[in-house]
Ligand binder design. Structure first.
Ligand code: OAD
Length: 247
């Protein structure tokens, strides 16, 4: 992999960096991505699982699916890409990590103040009173958890198709994209908006935008560089350049 002079220089000097991640960053941990011939959405219908009306029609099915996914993400571990970003945060004064992932792996790797655009599978809340559920219990007899305060139905804290992003999170991500010098878009197909807007926003405000992906995406032609390869190999390389920076 060739790292350009420009990127090398920015990695050493940038004091404002924003990173957007997608499912591809967790692929090497063993979490399936969404698109592509082997992706989740080639086997399952998002409108039956990741949709509020579908949840109200069949909360048992939707909970079964999320409990299954929760078990998978709890069994896997963060990979070198997640750890490299957690370490990079310690080295850059103004560092923002924005993720579309719900798998909690960035937090488990040690990243702080992660802007989670699509929620987090480890959290859930009551659709009636909005209270976050501390502890959810599902049993073979009781497959849909209910709120300990008002007995309303509890749902996963995940943004489903057609829903708004959590208040303020996208705005904070946009602010970070606007002020950063270097923007990395990692392991995302960049087809889901508004997340896919962030690299373009960064670019419009003068940032150097670098994509890290196994293949080119819909926005590659609009960005300064695409580094083709595995996030778990490329991000540790980029981190090494930052760590070698002369004080
Ligand atoms: P996708 O499944 O659409 O894209 C994953 C991307 O990761 C693809 O471009 C792959 O080429 C790339 N990739 C795979 N393995 C990689 C690796 N080891 N290193 C680097 N790149 C790799 O996932 P997202 O773009 O995250 O939304 O999807 C966006 C949203 O669509 C998700 O957050 C989810 C989904 O519907 C919700 O659930 C709301």
């Amino acid at each position: 992999m060739v790292i350009s002079h420009k990127l090398r220089a920015l990695l050493k000097t940038a004091e404002s960096v924003c990173v957007l991640t997608g499912a591809g960053i967790s692929a090497e941990s063993g979490v399936e991505t969404f698109r592509g011939s082997k992706g989740l959405w080639s086997k399952l219908k998002p409108e039956e699982l990741a949709n509020f009306n579908a949840f109200m029609r069949n909360p048992e099915l939707v909970w079964e699916w999320y409990n299954y996914r929760k078990k998978i993400v709890q069994e896997v571990t963060p990979n070198p890409a997640h750890y490299a970003l957690a370490r990079l945060q310690e080295l850059v004064k103004d560092f923002t990590l924005v993720t579309q992932n719900i798998d909690n792996l960035h937090i488990r790797a040690g990243s702080k103040e992660v802007l989670e655009l699509h929620g987090n599978i480890e959290r859930s809340y009551c659709i009636s009173c909005g209270k976050f559920a501390e502890h959810i219990e599902v049993t073979p007899e009781k497959k849909v958890p209910h709120c300990s305060s008002c007995n309303g139905i509890i749902r996963p804290d995940i943004v489903w198709f057609g829903e708004m992003l959590p208040e303020g999170v996208f705005e904070s991500a946009s602010d970070a994209a606007e002020r950063c010098e270097l923007f990395l878009t990692v392991g995302t197909s960049a087809v889901v908006y508004p997340a896919a807007q962030l690299p373009l926003t960064a670019q419009a405000h003068g940032a150097y935008v670098v994509e890290i992906n196994m293949e080119r995406t819909e926005i590659s032609h609009r960005l300064q560089e695409t580094l083709l390869g595995k996030a778990g190999e490329i991000l540790p390389e980029l981190l090494k350049i930052r760590e070698e920076k002369k004080e």
